[in-house]
Design a protein around this ligand. Structure first.
Ligand SMILES: Cc1cc2nc3c(=O)[nH]c(=O)nc-3n(C[C@H](O)[C@H](O)[C@H](O)COP(=O)(O)O)c2cc1C
Ligand SMILES: [Mn+2]
Length: 437
């Protein structure tokens, strides 16, 4: 398996899934360029950004085919391989020699604005560190947590920091506040894809995501000790920002174009102070647009594995699953091979119970393509029986930032054909005489 994100980019390139852009591009043109690139699906490296010394990459997970390369299996199998490995743990190992510390700069010697972090949305409050993987330790137990958090750049060594109540990291922050101690953080940019997938997968609290990263990779993640904080970081990453959040210190942050496709208003958020920047001699910055395929793959693919497993635990025969159908991870389509008429409701309940943010879930028969929205609507039009096929669960936990109560009711849809009446619902196929032997 590839050692770091650079080797992964090479693997993508070998398979025709990466474009290397060497033409000169302005920083302010990049968001639009990246949008075009996202539509194409390929990952991209921009190495010639006007007035910036370092390059940028994006769209590591632009298609399911990319994940198939990450997991070295057919794309239909990714969900199972991911699910199996996610349950295992491989502890990281410590190393002394770390490319990510080839260059070490203390506060006063660096300015994060010299790196090509971009303003993604036209109305965003400014430039953001949008692919920062955050490492912290529980102030009481010392257990490590890894998550993604976005940071609005506010100065040479200062950013805003978005925490949310459902994150483990916020629980750590609250403990730091109770102890009146700063919470030390290391923000890692450009780490191994398995570290990134683990950081976004949201395992139970007190599980060290880097142990999951090791299990996903099949070998331990190599870590090195930070220079100024009591934390360890992936040795083969591109760049690390070491620093802390002060207890109780809040400043206005935003607006920010978030994963649902609209802007979040300005509100008080934590402040990240950077003590030290370590990096490779020639680092590349990673950026991830909220709501992009990249973002949704990181958040959605572990949830597909988790939901599929929850259904399989009650013997539902899942043939395909897609939680990225609507460009976020709030709606899931699941195809099953039905074994009992009434099991579809149980399947819907298991799906909602296994992932809190899930708002809508549609279950179809195995002959419906969950990757094709038109086919899902076809199943709704031709097989759903609304008087018995809907499951509405009011007043349950959903996505947290929800001023208008849009996410507190779940909608489950059974769009499967009546069981054992298959002959009446069989889909028409054409007969091709050329295929006759
Ligand atoms: C690119 C990216 C950026 C994210 N930014 C944030 C953020 O700013 N705030 C937040 O609460 N969650 C954010 N998330 C979601 C969390 O990282 C994710 O839910 C993670 O599993 C939380 O981990 P934790 O519960 O272990 O802290 C982001 C996810 C991705 C993939
Ligand atoms: Mn966690």
């Amino acid at each position: 398996m590839f050692k770091d994100v650079r080797e992964y980019l090479e693997l993508l390139e070998k398979n025709g899934y990466l474009d290397r852009r060497t033409d000169e591009v302005k920083l302010t043109s990049l968001p639009h360029q990246l949008e075009l690139q996202e539509k194409k699906g390929n990952a991209v490296v921009f190495s010639n950004i006007k007035d910036y010394k370092y390059g940028l990459f994006n769209n590591l997970f632009g298609r399911r085919e990319h994940l198939a390369l990450v997991f070295d299996c057919p794309k239909e199998k990714v969900v199972d391989v991911f699910g199996e490995r996610m349950e295992q743990r491989i502890k990281p190992v410590m190393v002394d020699d770390a490319p990510v510390q080839e260059v070490v700069k203390m506060k006063g010697e660096f300015d994060i604005r010299d790196f090509p972090f971009i303003q993604h949305g036209a109305k965003d409050g400014g430039r953001y560190i949008s692919a920062g993987m955050v490492i912290a330790k529980d102030p009481e137990t010392g257990i490590r947590n890894v998550s993604f958090n976005r940071m609005q750049i506010k100065g040479a060594d200062k950013t805003g920091f978005r925490l949310s109540p459902t994150q483990d990291l916020e629980a750590y922050y609250k403990k730091a506040v109770a102890l009146n101690k700063p919470l030390e953080l290391a923000v890692v940019i450009g780490s191994h894809p398995m570290c990134q997938l683990a950081a976004a997968c949201g395992p139970p609290r007190d599980v060290d995501e880097l142990e999951i990263a090791g299990a996903l990779r099949g070998e331990p993640i190599e870590l090195v000790k930070c220079k100024t904080v009591d934390l360890e970081v992936p040795a083969y990453a591109e760049m690390v920002l070491e620093g802390y959040l002060n207890p109780g210190e809040l400043e206005e942050e935003g607006p920010f174009g978030d994963f649902m496709g609209f802007y979040i208003e300005v509100f008080p958020n934590q402040v990240f102070h950077i003590n030290c920047l370590t990096m490779r001699k020639d680092p590349m910055v990673q950026v991830i647009r909220a709501g992009s395929r990249d973002d949704i793959t990181l958040l959605g693919s572990p949830r597909e594995a988790q939901i599929k497993k929850a259904l399989e635990n009650i013997n539902i025969d899942v043939t395909a699953i897609n939680i990225m159908i609507t460009g976020n991870y709030l709606t899931c389509a699941i195809a099953i091979r039905k074994q009992y008429e009434l099991e579809v409701k149980n399947a819907l309940m298991a799906a909602f119970a296994s992932f809190k943010f899930l708002k809508n879930c549609i279950i179809v028969d195995h002959d419906v393509d969950v990757f094709d929205p038109a086919d899902l609507f076809w199943a709704m039009s031709t097989r759903m029986r609304p008087e018995q096929g809907l499951l509405v669960v009011p007043h349950a936990m959903g996505f947290g930032r929800d001023k208008y109560g849009i996410h507190t009711t779940k909608l489950g849809i059974d769009a499967t054909a009546p069981f054992n009446e298959w002959q009446e619902f069989e889909r028409i196929t054409t007969f091709n005489p050329d295929n006759e032997v």
